[in-house]
Design a protein around this ligand. Structure first.
Ligand code: IPM
Ligand code: MG
Length: 368
């Protein structure tokens, strides 16, 4: 693909600052590898609420749909925080675009850059060798089930007095589990071929069905893969107990949300983790971290997770492992040379090696 159309969704907070660095690196690696990129920019999240009254305007979806890939930075901020179920929320933009583009597979790689091995709060011998891929189902379950809130309902309060009641629904269909299981086994095949399927089959009916279907897909289509089941509470424990044992961790939407934050903390540097959301059409790439409103606009945010999401884009949407490897090598070199943004510096980092967002992007470009 000579000219790739990229839809940029900078979003809120540090989003615009870090996405600029992602594009800088993408253009640089493109120049080296004979690819060019054409960008269109659209609104999502809080900025879209301010401009259009909705977190996901139709123009944004249209722009995403005609692109070859979507690069998102982050959404949200205290300005739009609310518990009012009728008020728009920035996260609706993210959930809406996942659903609308059919992005049912969320890949979150958890890897340690050796230069940052000390950043983890876990002991070095526990963290050594951690290299896992979380495969999170992204368009089903509690996030998209029927939900409702009732106010002043008879019988919902203390002693049957009037009060509030609310519910969310966790529902999965067979095909949704089959397809995410296939994605996990496919991912495992390119790795150590081990899949840990996380559920709560001792309690939830959806989990019992999940387990049955995952095993059927395994036995019929991927018998050579190693498959283990883990209950989600135990998984939360094992992830910090023996993180290096995990290869592919596959789970439903909500469990995946929680466990992926926990897994990110194993590395100690959330600012380094990228993610890819894939479906059958255009895919979306974004950092695993949020919009960091506390440091927005100051030019100090770490752009590396955004830059590494560009790496994933080259790998998964454009099948350009060569260009993707270039970015990974460049980021590794910059870190090995001791360059750090504020979030990943430590007591040993010399003051002249603590850099801002744009300088970090420039360093990666230089090492390409
Ligand atoms: C994530 C985020 C989102 C999620 C929020 C912002 C809606 O936490 O991508 O993990 O819960 O999926
Ligand atoms: Mg999350």
């Amino acid at each position: 693909m000579a000219n790739c159309k990229i839809c940029l969704l900078p979003g809120d907070g540090i989003g615009p600052e870090i996405i600029a660095e992602g594009c800088k690196v993408l253009d640089a690696v493109g120049a080296k590898r004979g690819m060019t990129f054409a960008y269109t920019e659209a609104l999502i999240g809080g900025c879209a609420i301010d401009a259009c009254g909705t977190a996901l305007p139709q123009e944004t979806l249209d722009a995403a749909n005609v692109s070859d890939a979507v690069l998102l930075a982050a959404v949200g901020g205290p300005k739009w925080d609310t518990t009012d179920p009728d008020a728009p929320r920035p996260e609706q933009g993210l959930l809406g675009i996942r659903k609308a583009l059919g992005l049912y597979t969320n890949l979150r790689p958890v890897q340690i850059f050796s230069a940052l091995a000390d950043a983890s709060t876990l002991k070095p011998e526990i963290v050594d060798g951690v290299d896992m891929m979380i495969v999170r189902e992204l368009t089903g379950g509690l996030y998209f089930g029927k939900r409702e809130r009732f106010y002043n309902e008879e019988g919902a309060g203390t002693n049957g007095a009037a009060g509030q009641r609310a519910y969310d629904t966790l529902e999965y269909r067979e095909y949704e589990i089959e397809r995410i299981a296939r994605q996990a086994f496919e991912a495992a095949r390119k790795r150590r071929n081990k899949v840990t399927s996380v559920d709560k089959a001792n309690v939830l009916e959806t989990s019992r069905m999940w387990r049955e279907i995952v095993h059927r897909v395994h036995d019929e289509e991927y018998p050579e893969a190693e498959l283990e089941d883990l209950l989600v509470d135990n998984a939360a424990m094992q992830l910090i107990n023996r993180p290096a044992d995990f290869d592919v961790v596959m789970t439903e939407n909500m469990f995946g949300d929680i466990l992926s934050d926990e897994a990110a903390q194993i590395t100690g540097s959330l600012g380094m983790l990228a993610s890819a959301s894939l479906g059958d059409g255009v895919a979306l790439y974004e950092p695993s971290h949020g919009s960091a409103p506390d440091i927005a606009g100051r030019g100090v945010a770490n752009p590396l997770a955004q830059i590494l999401s560009v790496e994933m884009m080259l790998r998964y949407s454009f099948n350009r492992g060569d260009a993707a490897d270039d970015i990974r090598r460049a980021v590794t070199a910059v870190l090995d040379e001791g360059w750090r943004t504020g979030d990943i510096k430590d007591a040993d980092t010399p003051a002249d090696h603590v850099v801002g967002t744009a300088k970090m992007g420039d360093l990666v470009v230089e090492r390409l």
